[in-house]
Design a protein around this ligand. Structure first.
Ligand code: GTP
Ligand code: SPV
Ligand code: MN
Length: 596
């Protein structure tokens, strides 16, 4: 057993207590050194947990395959365990803490027999920043350790910080026997504790990410007056060198990663814009003494979707993942490199698919459906420091000032390309009524709308009615609150084609957003908010079909009146808890929509 290096008595006692329950063969403290990382990689390769990739073409890269029953977050097995059910709200699964601990203990008992328990001290946010939070994850998975070393600041420096600021989130994880019937992702916000068992997949087991940095952090943020949000953070540098920052919340797989590191389109190049990436998934924001909102990205890596990542959609990411990257559930090519659907190269003649089976293009399963080479939710874990567009402010304890908050979803119909809310309270309503459609791939369900307020439905660690109230209160506290916008890159024409080319071209919309923040352009008032005058979106170098921009900006009152029904239904589930202000906004919108 390696000697413990912490002086934090509570930490040492907790580690020993958890070890008595899980009964590992040994305990290893993660120090964050290259030497220890190399040792773990070696062990993981020997154990078959990692496959080393072609070290000439992909230096420092590995492939990992998860259990086929364990490829995505399992929201139905994810619980908020508060004393009162009311505190978790209708947006969460709830279990009483005592019952939850009891249930999980039965699974954790002896679960680490024959394995090592790793102790990972990690900081979400720069080590020592008053805005960061420390966690310690205990896990019996080397894959988890190696991912946490990429996604967070982990090791010795965090242990040292724990001597100064002793508080930490207790994160316990065991893969146990990967039985989906014995899988639980439990959050105990009142105890600052997370227990996850029976899974080895990203969002379920990298406990610093969705579990701490969103579910527990959102709970803390409500108490301590700050925001923990499912948002990217990006800087837009103007030719004069001035950089403005925006934060944007889109639901999972709706384009945060792509937007956060876009390269300006040819036509706008003449203006000399440059994009700086601060974060692609999570934003912690607080009100500073200047009365404005400042944001940090608590993470240090990207856990990004592989399929669809190519030189056209996201050139910066293609560069980022060329080294020191862990690929999960993608295809292994005979030359020891990797492939996925929607990559730059054509499909290889053969390979090993994400389940470890021989694969050839055109293969069909027993239902006649094509066998995918990479899982649709296959991902890569890669250091943010390798991103060509990384912001120099990623490590700054203060973060960056936010000029605009942008919400967005996937809507074939209804939502225009962009609109601006009338004020903060209306902006909160816009976020609270956010929704996203299922993709066209799901025949029959086309157009089905799923409400996902602020893209936080799976990640809000408490009653969403209180979360909305928190948003309203925060607006009142800010002297210089950011303006709130909504975007929709996914509007379609009658033939089912995207009206807007998206990706790099989205900068044209962000330019208008910033122009509005800086009072540079007028806008058109509609019942749902301000939309751009067509001439104010710079279209240099972009040839849209005739009438496309008008269609993109159209607000159809009839469709919006229909939308109100879904909003009402969604709001009603919160009963009397829903802030009155949101009903006021609902009524006001309803009235504006009925005017001629
Ligand atoms: P999580 O990591 O799951 O939180 O998601 P994310 O929001 O970072 O999603 P990501 O950027 O990986 O989403 C990618 C999906 O959105 C892919 O299917 C892309 O092809 C699609 N996408 C991204 N940007 C655009 C766009 O501007 N237009 C269109 N049409 N599709 C886009
Ligand atoms: C998401 O699902 O929004 C993700 C991936 O970012 S995971 O970390 O697995 O939740
Ligand atoms: Mn996400």
């Amino acid at each position: 057993m390696k000697k413990m290096v912490s002086h934090n008595k509570k930490l040492k006692e907790w580690v020993m207590k958890m070890a008595r329950m899980c009964q590992p063969d040994g305990i290893v403290w993660i120090d964050g050194s290259d030497k220890q990382k190399a040792q773990l990689e070696k062990e993981a390769v020997t154990a078959g947990e990692l496959i080393p990739l072609n070290q000439d073409k992909l230096p420092g890269c590995f492939l990992h395959r998860t259990n086929p029953n364990d490829v995505a977050r399992t929201e139905h097995l994810t619980y908020i365990c508060t004393k009162e059910k009311q505190a978790a709200g209708p947006n969460n699964n709830w279990m009483a803490p005592q019952a939850a601990y009891r249930k999980a203990k039965a699974i954790f008992k002896g679960s680490m027999k024959g394995r090592t328990m790793y102790v990972i001290p990690f900081s979400m946010g720069p080590v020592g920043s008053p805005f960061s939070k420390i966690g310690v994850e205990l896990t019996d998975s080397r894959y988890v350790v190696l991912n946490m070393l990429i996604m967070t600041r982990a090791g010795e420096s965090v242990l040292k910080q724990l001597n100064k600021t002793p508080e930490f989130t207790r994160c316990l994880h065991s893969i146990a026997d990967l039985d989906i019937n014995k899988r639980l992702i439990l959050h105990f916000p009142e105890d600052n504790t997370i227990w996850s068992v029976g899974s080895g997949y990203g969002g379920n087991v990298l406990l610093g990410k969705k579990c701490l940095a969103l579910r527990l952090a959102s709970y803390m943020g409500e108490k301590e007056a700050w925001f923990a949000e499912h948002m990217l953070i990006m800087g837009i540098e103007e030719p004069n060198g001035h950089v403005e920052y925006i934060a944007a919340a889109f639901p999972s797989a709706c384009g945060k990663t792509n937007l956060a590191m876009l390269i300006p389109p040819q036509g706008l190049k003449r203006k000399g814009y440059r994009i700086w990436t601060v974060g692609d998934d999570i934003s912690w924001m607080r009100i500073d003494s200047d009365g404005s909102l400042w944001a940090i990205n608590p993470e240090m890596g990207f856990f990004g979707v592989a399929p669809g990542t190519n030189m056209k959609s996201n050139p910066n990411m293609v560069t980022t993942i060329k080294k020191n990257t862990i690929y999960t559930n993608v295809l292994l090519k005979p030359d020891g490199t990797v492939w996925w659907e929607g990559s730059d190269e054509a499909a290889p003649a053969s390979g090993i698919d994400w389940q470890g089976r021989p694969w050839k293009p055109g293969m069909k399963d027993s239902d006649g459906k094509p066998v995918s080479a990479a899982h649709a939710n296959s991902r890569f874990t890669t250091p943010i420091t390798q991103c060509p567009s990384i912001s120099f402010r990623v490590d700054q304890h203060h973060g960056v000032p936010i000029s605009a908050i942008v919400f967005g979803g996937r809507r074939q119909f209804l939502a225009p390309l962009v609109y601006e809310s009338f004020n903060w309270q209306h902006g909160v309503f816009v976020g609270a009524t956010m929704a996203s459609e299922r993709t066209a791939a799901q025949v029959g369900k086309l157009g089905e709308v799923r409400r996902d307020p602020m893209a936080m439905l799976p990640f809000c660690g408490y009653n969403m009615a209180d979360y909305f109230r928190h948003w309203l209160k925060m607006g009142k506290k800010m002297a210089k609150a950011p303006k709130i916008f909504n975007v929709n890159w996914f509007r379609m024409d009658e033939t089912g084609k995207f009206l807007w080319p998206g990706y790099t071209e989205n900068l044209r919309v962000l330019e208008w957003v910033l122009d509005r923040c800086n009072n540079k352009v007028e806008a058109e008032k509609t019942p749902i908010g301000y939309i751009p005058k067509a001439r104010d979106i710079d279209m240099t170098g972009l040839n849209l079909a005739a009438g496309a921009l008008d269609k993109l900006l159209a607000v159809d009152k009839k469709d919006w009146r229909e939308e109100l029904k879904g909003v009402k239904e969604f709001f009603e589930q919160f009963k009397k808890d829903l802030p009155e202000e949101l009903w006021q906004e609902y009524e006001a919108l309803s009235e504006r929509l009925s005017e001629k």
